[in-house]
Design a protein around this ligand. Structure first.
Ligand code: GLN
Length: 463
């Protein structure tokens, strides 16, 4: 209860500067905190009992508004809980509210929220990254102890990097997507955003596992993710894929990464600077065919008939649907729907969608080959630190480029974690550690060893 109250006070004090929350569920939080205290008193203790969490507003929460930061779902209250919510509730965690994001998780800055942008607690004129900008900003700013995000092309890792916290995108199939509002179903994964690696492992223990409600979830044993955390990296082979040190990368980010990799070596890892994933250069193009194609199909359901925003001023059903979508969606969402519908249309399907699927297979195979040699790959999470609000808003290509290092990982379906690895001009730098499918233990082990040998994760923004 004390922790919940302190966090709610922090929110009350600071939230008008940050705007991390779309909905604050104070009453629910206080009630749940009381229930958690009762459980703890009766000796029924789980590790997340009484710990307050912020949930990205793309995950369905029974009885709590779930907007996807879109006008389309502004008043949508789900009648059911996502599987991760059920699992977290079973742990007696405390739900503080719903986190701001780019509309339907499309974006890299949280500026595409239909409601308001979120600000980066390290510098209020900068973006927190996206699309899970609200969750990442809240965690570093003590407006939540941890958060749950979703990641389709970088939406957990990139904001974690920009805000100086830990963010893990699990292997595709590791965490149930049931109740996650779909963006691109073959890429989407739910994962934790936390203050440190130990918390990340604890949250994974709670949310990972097979779910009969998600046909893509995998029935593979869930280890205790905390048991692999130790400080020694001896015997581990780490590859540094040169294609990720991209053109246009910020000099400070590059030198921070080089120093971090040197640290991994000191800790006993064997580093190979010559690793290569040559098809990486096609990843952005593949992503911007596959993700919008799936989005155009997934978002077809928002027609104003069964739920969500509905424009009634129309003379026919077709006109009502057209107006609903015209007024309900923001410009980035419309851009994705158009890109996807085009790529899937007869005559273009083979040239775009099918071709992209073939290149996707190539990218997957390159990761498989790399993992025959290496236990993990290390790259920057993003080519730059957080940018200024408004800086990339009018230039979608520049915005898309901020995910060049993260989206190949979703294309391949493998796990990756971003950990704080330095600062450039007062803004955090993220290091991305990528693993083979279902090797979350290995990347968390590396992340933990690095974290314990540095103090980046202990710094806090002063606002
Ligand atoms: N920024 C990427 C996009 O706009 C990724 C978003 C995400 O991971 N949800 O599609």
């Amino acid at each position: 209860m004390e922790l919940t109250k302190a966090t709610l006070e922090r929110i009350a004090d600071i939230e008008d500067k940050i705007h991390a929350y779309v909905t604050i569920t104070e009453d629910i939080a206080l009630r749940q905190a009381e229930e958690a205290d009762d459980c703890i008193r009766s000796g029924n203790i789980t590790l997340l009992a009484g710990v307050p969490v912020l949930i990205k507003d793309v995950i369905c929460t029974k009885g709590i508004r779930t907007t996807c930061s879109s006008k389309m779902l502004e008043n949508f209250i789900p009648p059911y809980d996502a599987t991760v919510m059920k699992k977290l509730k079973a742990q007696k965690t405390v739900i503080l509210g719903k986190g701001n994001m780019d509309e339907f998780a499309m974006g890299s800055s949280t500026e595409h929220s239909a409601f308001f942008p979120t600000r980066n607690p390290w510098n209020l004129s900068c973006v927190p990254g996206g699309s899970s900008g609200g969750p990442a900003a809240a965690v570093v700013n003590n407006e939540a102890i941890y958060a749950i995000g979703s990641d389709t092309g970088g939406s957990i890792r990139q904001p974690a990097g920009f805000c100086g916290v830990v963010g893990l995108k699990p292997t595709y199939g590791r965490v149930s997507r049931f109740g996650l509002v779909a963006f691109a179903s073959s890429l989407d994964q739910i994962g934790p955003i936390t203050k440190d690696v130990t918390d990340c492992a604890l949250v994974m223990n709670a949310i990972a596992g097979y779910d009969p409600m998600d046909s893509t979830s995998v029935s593979y044993p869930v280890p205790d993710y905390t048991s692999c955390l130790n400080r020694d990296l001896k015997g581990l082979h780490i590859g540094i894929p040169k294609e990720y040190f991209v053109e246009g990368m910020q000099e400070g980010v590059k030198s921070a990464l080089e120093a971090a990799i040197k640290k991994l070596k000191e800790l006993g890892a064997e580093i190979d600077w010559e690793a290569s994933l040559p098809s990486t250069k096609y990843a952005l193009a593949v992503y911007y065919i596959v993700a919008p194609s799936e989005a155009s199909a997934n978002l077809a359901r928002y027609d104003g008939v069964k739920y969500g925003f509905s424009e009634q001023k129309a003379s026919s059903v077709i006109e009502a649907m057209e107006k609903t979508r015209q007024l309900g969606f923001g410009s980035e969402v419309k851009r994705r729907i158009m890109l996807g519908t085009y790529a899937l249309s007869a005559g273009y399907y083979d040239a775009y969608y099918l071709k992209a699927q073939k290149v996707r297979t190539l990218i997957e195979q390159e990761f498989e080959q790399a993992f025959e040699k290496y236990d993990a790959l290390v790259t920057p999470t993003s080519p730059t630190v957080a940018f200024k609000l408004g800086e990339k808003l009018e230039d979608p290509m520049q915005m898309y480029l901020s995910d060049v290092c993260t989206l190949p990982i979703n294309i391949a379906g493998v796990p990756a974690v971003s950990v704080p690895a330095g600062f450039v001009a007062g803004l955090p730098v993220g290091m991305q550690i990528i693993g083979k499918p279902f090797s979350e233990e290995t990347i968390l082990h590396i992340a933990f060893a690095y974290e314990q040998a540095t103090d980046w994760h202990k710094r806090e923004p002063k606002i």
